[in-house]
Design a protein around this ligand. Sequence first.
Ligand code: PHE
Length: 333
Amino acid sequence: MIEDLPALVAAAVSAVATAATTDELRTLEQTHLGKEAAVLQARKQLGDLPKEDRKDAGRAINEAREQIEAAVEQRRTELASSERAAQFDSERLDLSEVVVGERPVGHRHIVTQAWEELEDVFIGMGFRVAEGPQVETDWHNFDALNIPPGHPARDGFDTIYVDHGESGSTLLRTHTSPVQIRTMLAQEPPIHVIAPGRVFRRDTADATHMPVFHQIEGLVIDRNISLADLAGTIEAFTTAYFGSGFSSRLRPNHFPFTEPSAEFDIQRPDGSWLELGGCGMVHPHVLRAGGVDPEEWSAFAFGFGIDRLALMKFGVDDLRELFTNDIRFLSQF
Ligand code: PHE
């Protein structure tokens, strides 16, 4: 039996090395190292040996056991890592998976499309995009734009006030014109900016009014800017955005922040007119509020709604449709 040990070890080691799973390995471990294992049974026979041989035989048995134990450990480590790898593989989530065939793809909202097209046209004309906050101070939205407290023009804006600071000091901007002031205060002239953005008025929603809508503001400050520059810019924008069959006109109007002021209309190829927005030469009070010297610089500004352009372009007849989030409506565009 002592002389059988090398063969026992060899058989055990090769069996262990081919164990395919940790369960199988556990069974083999029981067979080759458990109480009934031949290697351990050999121990019982030590007593039959001559005394002087027992020590060597005992050491041989221990070494045989250790060799088998080492083989089991090695195989256990191998199996554990390959089983973990297999588990990772089976539980892996492929987040980059591409669904082949029908695949729903979203698109930008039609107001966003109009907004971005307007930006593109104005950027092409040399304007840069400016921004301002939607929650605005009473000063930026009104006072600095030559609309002091008590001025009748304030009523026309149906302002939504925010409960913050002194009563009446904070509001949701009623137009994008406060961005004129913020831009003047932030940078030196010459200035050529547009400011698209969301604006708010206390209005009941109907086909042509929403309490939340979008405007785009334009501001040009330079030396010797005249009304002719304003009219030329509106005309250039009209053909660039709507097409060569369209033209524009200015009609006298009144805004506290421009002098003179005008309304501007677009003429469609069929001859009909579309009222688009307001414009004018920036009032000296407004330039001063923005820290710009009206003796040195002159300026024009314009502002108009974006939502109505989106409706027109896509043939939608009710502003409320823009907010319904009805996928059947939205997916048409
Ligand atoms: N802010 C004005 C409005 O909302 C539009 C406007 C902008 C008019 C700039 C003149 C100059 O009605």
